[in-house]
Design a protein around this ligand. Structure first.
Ligand SMILES: [Fe+2]
Length: 396
C-alpha cells in the first residue's frame, strides 16, 4: 500500500457550478425571492404525486405566487422519458423561464430532462451519453443555455447538485445526460421542511448519498478536492443516520444528513460514479428497484469487487466510519463489512431477493450494466458480463 502512496496524482479538473446552497429552517419560503434574484418570472413546478400533497409543496407554491405558471405533479421513480417529453412541450408552450423541483432525485432529474428538451429540442434519446464497452465513452455536448433550476430536495440523494441526470425508457434502459448547466442554480435545504418525509425514504436515499462518497473516493475521476468532501460526508452520514433512526424527530441529525447529501452531490459532480452505480441503475431500470434500496444492497459487494485495486481508499472509508483498526490492510479489508453493518443498523435492505429481483433475470441485468457509462470510471476494467453477474449473484 505504501507504494501506491508514492504514485503521482492522475490528471484532474474540478468544476464548480454556478450554484448556491442555502441551508437553514425556513429557507423554502424564500423560493419566490430566489426566482426574482435569478430574474425569472415564469416558474414551472415539478414534483411527484406524494410530494405534491405535502405542506412543503404548498409552501413552495405559495412563495412563488403568481410567478408559478404551471406544474407537473406526476413524476415517477426513475423519471420516465415519455412523461418528460410530454411535459417539456407543455412547458415550452407556457414560455417557462424557471424550473422548480420539489422532492427527491427523480423530481430534479425530470426537471433537468425538461431543461434539456427546452434548450436542445428533439427527443431525449438524441442527447444522452453513449458508452461502448469496455472503455469508449461518447459524451454529447449540450451547448445551449439551460433554463435555471431551483431545487428543494426532500431526500439525501444530492442529485440536484450534479450536472447529470437520468431518464428511463419504456423498455427499462436508463439514459444518462451530463451538462454543467443542468446543476441546480439554487438548492434550498430546510431541515424542518423534510420532517414529513417517511423515515424509510431518508434511510434508503442516505445509502445513495453515502454510496456517492464511497464511489467518489475510488473512482477514476477522484481528486484531492473530492476526497476531502467525500470523507467529511462519510463521517456525517455515519453519525447522523443512526441518530435519526433512533429519534426521527432529531432535527439536528436531519440537517446533517442534508449537508452530507449536498457534499456527496459535489463529489460525484467531479469524481463521477463507477461500477456500483451501474449495478443500481440496471436494477432500477429493469426491475424498478428503488435507487436507495439498490444502493444499500449492492455497495458492499461493489467494494469487495474493487478492493484489490482500491485498498488505500477503502481504508480511509473504514476510518471515517469509525473502524479503529490501525493497519491499512486490515482497515481496508473491513470497509465493506463496515458498510454492510451500517446498512443493517439503520434498517436498510441487505439482499436482492428481498427486493423482489428475480434471480433468473440477473444475467439480463448484467448485460445492461456492460453498456452503462459508469464503467468508464471504475478503477478496475470490466470486460465481461460474467464478472458483473458474479457480483449480482453474491448480492442475491
Ligand atoms: Fe446515486
Amino acid at each position: 500500500m505504501a507504494s501506491k502512496e508514492k504514485e503521482e496524482l492522475r490528471p484532474f479538473q474540478v468544476a464548480v457550478p454556478l450554484q448556491r446552497v442555502v441551508f437553514g429552517p425556513g429557507t423554502v419560503d424564500a423560493v419566490g425571492q430566489e426566482a426574482d434574484q435569478l430574474g425569472c418570472r415564469r416558474a414551472f413546478l415539478v414534483a411527484g404525486p406524494n410530494t405534491s400533497r405535502t405542506l412543503l409543496y404548498d409552501r413552495v407554491r405559495r412563495s412563488l405566487g403568481t410567478r408559478c405558471v404551471g406544474e407537473f405533479t406526476g413524476v415517477q421513480p426513475h423519471s420516465l422519458v415519455p412523461d418528460t417529453e410530454r411535459v417539456a412541450v407543455e412547458a415550452r408552450n407556457l414560455a417557462v423561464d424557471l424550473l422548480v423541483s420539489v422532492g427527491g432525485g427523480s423530481a430534479s432529474d425530470s426537471a433537468k430532462g425538461i431543461a434539456i428538451l427546452l434548450a436542445e429540442g428533439g427527443a431525449l434519446a438524441e442527447h444522452c451519453d453513449v458508452f461502448t464497452p469496455p472503455d469508449r465513452l461518447v459524451h454529447r455536448d449540450l451547448r445551449r443555455p439551460k433554463v435555471p433550476l431551483i431545487a428543494v430536495p426532500t431526500t439525501a440523494s444530492g442529485a440536484e447538485m450534479t450536472p447529470g441526470c437520468g431518464a428511463t425508457t419504456p423498455d427499462g434502459i436508463k439514459l444518462k445526460f451530463w451538462d454543467h448547466k443542468l446543476a441546480a442554480r439554487v438548492v434550498l435545504l430546510d431541515p424542518e421542511a423534510t420532517a414529513d418525509v417517511p423515515l424509510a425514504i431518508t434511510i434508503s436515499t442516505s445509502m445513495n448519498g453515502f454510496a456517492h462518497c464511497v464511489e467518489g473516493l475510488y473512482s477514476l475521476g477522484k481528486n484531492p478536492v473530492t476526497d476531502a468532501l467525500a470523507l467529511q460526508a462519510v463521517r456525517l452520514f455515519a453519525g447522523a443516520v443512526p441518530r435519526l433512526v433512533a429519534d426521527p424527530a432529531d432535527r439536528a441529525a436531519r440537517g446533517k444528513i442534508q449537508a452530507a447529501a449536498a457534499l456527496g452531490g459535489m463529489v460525484i459532480s467531479n469524481a463521477r460514479t463507477a461500477l456500483h452505480h451501474t449495478l443500481c441503475h440496471a436494477l432500477g431500470g429493469r426491475f424498478r428497484v428503488g435507487h436507495g434500496d439498490a444502493n444499500a444492497v449492492m455497495l458492499p459487494h461493489a467494494m469487495r469487487f474493487n478492493l484489490d485495486v482500491t485498498a488505500p481508499e477503502q481504508a480511509q472509508i473504514a476510518w471515517a466510519m469509525g473502524v479503529a483498526d490501525q493497519s491499512d490492510e486490515t482497515a481496508a479489508a473491513r470497509a465493506a463489512d463496515a458498510v454492510a453493518g451500517f446498512a443493517k443498523r439503520i434498517g436498510a435492505p441487505g439482499r436482492l431477493r428481498d427486493l423482489g429481483v428475480p434471480r433468473d433475470q440477473l444475467p439480463a441485468a448484467a448485460e445492461d450494466v456492460l453498456h452503462d457509462r459508469g464503467l468508464y470510471f471504475n478503477p478496475k476494467p470490466i470486460t465481461s458480463a460474467k464478472l458483473i453477474l458474479a457480483v449480482y449473484e453474491a448480492a442475491w
